[in-house]
Design a binder for this molecule. Structure first.
Ligand SMILES: C[S@@+](CC[C@H](N)C(=O)[O-])C[C@H]1O[C@@H](n2cnc3c(N)ncnc32)[C@H](O)[C@@H]1O
Length: 198
């Protein structure tokens, strides 16, 4: 069992469950129960028996310690400031069981990529325009370019996860347009070592 933090409409669940058929349950955690219920009805009816939901604020969460074999989170980091990211790193370290794994992915600024200018033009100008014109004035992507460049990449978050005692690594996807913080909680972390010494 594991958590999808800031799960939204659960876009990642089909991929997660297909790649890991042994997963018995994903517990979606989000501020919005309404969005979750709608997504369950429209997108996830066929996998509803493997999805649970907890309405919760990940920045002030009482999710139980050592309750998860894995934590995933997709595209929820970029609007968080440094202090909020630190709280998320703390929560991840707390809820994972020793040996539990985690992966966060976020839209990022592909610094150093020769097509960066074109990509950011697409993100900041083309995508919001297409969305406004073709999706009846929707503005879900209006700020994604700004959020991505403000966020930078997942390197800082990787350092925060390491500061919480997790083994974390940084990865790039698609030339750095998305970046990943992933890894595991050590089986014998400092708390376990203290126990072992007693
Ligand atoms: C950009 S969406 C990402 C949704 C989904 N993970 C995806 O990949 O499409 C951000 C989600 O985070 C949720 N969220 C934002 N702040 C939160 C918080 N403090 N605690 C829990 N959920 C939060 C929002 O309700 C929203 O569903």
């Amino acid at each position: 069992m594991g958590y999808d933090l800031m799960a939204g409409t659960g876009e990642v669940w089909p991929h997660l469950l297909e790649a890991n058929p042994h997963i018995s349950q994903i517990t979606a955690v989000d501020l919005s129960a309404g969005m979750h219920q709608l997504a369950m009805k429209r997108l996830h009816a066929m996998r509803a028996h493997r999805i649970d939901f907890i309405e919760d604020d990940v920045l002030a969460s009482n999710l139980p310690a050592a309750s998860a074999d894995f934590v995933v989170s997709t595209f929820g980091l970029k609007t968080f400031n440094a202090e909020q990211q630190r709280k998320l790193a703390q929560l991840t370290a707390r809820v994972l069981k020793p040996g539990g794994r985690f992966a966060f992915i976020e839209a990022s600024d592909p610094r150093g990529w020769w097509l960066r200018g074109l990509y950011l033009f697409h993100l900041k100008v083309v995508l919001p325009l297409v969305e406004r014109l073709l999706l009846r004035g929707a503005n879900d992507f209006a700020m994604i370019g700004t959020y991505s460049t403000n966020f930078g990449d997942a390197r800082v978050f990787v350092d925060m996860l390491r500061a919480q005692g997790l083994n974390a690594e940084f990865r790039k996807a698609f030339f750095g347009c998305a970046t990943i913080a992933c890894g595991a909680k050590p089986v014998l972390g400092s708390a376990d070592m203290n126990d072992a010494a007693i």
